[in-house]
Write a protein that binds this ligand. Structure first.
Ligand SMILES: [Zn+2]
Length: 341
């Protein structure tokens, strides 16, 4: 008998073999047999009926995989003549892993691929995936997914595809990620939400399939276009003007403005560095059209500071009438979005 270096007090270690990547332990349970036959329920009226070796995987040790061959006792009941195996504490007998390895795999799977987790411990990838799926099901059962009052729909580019991201805007949390971002997928998701009437506002970017899914499923909800996606277009207009202006610049100036462009894209009120303020002044004086576009960008952002819809509307009309003809094409996308959305 070997010292119990596995720290599994319910087992006795009989033997150990070590190879380059693996440890193999031979072990037996030291637990007393069950108090009744699991097949017919009779009080102990059974006898030992051979042993069977079963391989279990355990936590890796010294960066080697650990396998535990358990000599599992078989019994035969005298009353029902059925055979059964002893219970094994600390083991998941269906998955052939220790319970503590399951915990370990669940955490590891959050950070690594199933294949690499499987490789670390010696089980096959499918086992890791199944255990992880069980874990997710369990987490979902214990998580209270409440339909938010303010639903957010956006996307993220993951594994070569746009995935729709569903958020609770009020509580600043991600609720779900959908495989795709088309209308049918969003409709099918919304149709499964409980208390869909609770949704008052839906924040989204300017993506028609979202709008039409929301209009179909929650027509009472008000659609709010995420400010980020709108003001972004003002900055993009500014960038287009900077690029169009390159033909009027020397190569050196072009490179310098490329490096300095952040002073144009930042809000004036966030430009705390004195050097940055000077840079902004130099560039906007040198290229008046860029300066004008910069002011337009700033004023566009200001619309979002309005106290009321009326005020915002007036600010926007005023802004629009201040866009000079020669800058119209650059702000076209922004203006079009404002009209359409
Ligand atoms: Zn029995």
């Amino acid at each position: 008998m070997l010292p119990n270096i596995l720290n599994l007090p319910n087992f006795e270690i009989l033997d150990m073999k070590e190879s380059e990547n693996d440890y193999r332990f031979l072990a037996e349970s030291i637990n007393s047999p069950s108090s009744h036959c699991p097949k017919c329920g009779s009080v102990p009226n059974y006898y030992k009926h051979g042993k069977k070796e079963q391989l279990f995987f355990d936590l890796p040790m010294h960066a080697k995989r650990v396998g535990l061959i358990v000599k599992r006792q078989r019994y035969r009941c005298l009353d029902c003549k059925e055979t059964f195996f002893e219970d094994l504490p600390d083991m998941d007998v269906n998955r052939s892993v220790t319970n503590r390895l399951i915990d370990w795999m669940q955490k590891a799977s959050l950070e690594k691929t199933f294949t690499s987790v499987a490789d670390d411990i010696g089980v096959d990838e499918k086992t890791v995936r199944n255990i992880f799926n069980d874990f997710v099901t369990e987490l979902e059962a214990h998580t209270d997914f409440r339909t938010p009052k303010w639903l957010g729909i956006d996307e993220v580019h993951l594994l070569k595809n746009y995935r729709c991201v569903i958020t609770d805007v009020e509580n600043k949390s991600v609720i779900d990620i959908l495989r795709k971002r088309n209308k049918d997928i969003v409709i099918s998701y919304l149709s499964k939400l409980q208390d869909i009437d609770k949704i008052e506002l839906v924040a989204m970017d300017m993506w028609n399939p979202y709008k039409s899914a929301v209009n179909t499923m929650i027509p009472h909800a008000k659609i709010v276009i995420d400010k980020f996606h709108v003001v972004k277009l003002a900055n993009e207009a500014l960038e287009k003007i900077r690029k169009a202006n390159r033909k009027n610049m020397s190569a050196k100036e072009r490179r310098q403005l490329m490096r300095d462009r952040y002073v144009l894209l930042k809000r004036r009120k966030d430009l705390n560095d004195f050097d940055d303020q000077i840079k902004l002044q130099v560039w906007t004086n040198k290229f008046p059209l860029l300066g004008q576009a910069y002011e337009l960008k700033e004023h566009f952002f200001d619309i979002y500071e309005a106290e009321s819809i009326d005020e915002a509307y007036k600010l926007y009309q005023n802004w629009l009438s201040n866009v000079p003809k020669e800058l119209m094409t650059y702000f076209e996308d922004l203006i079009k979005s404002m009209n359409n959305w």
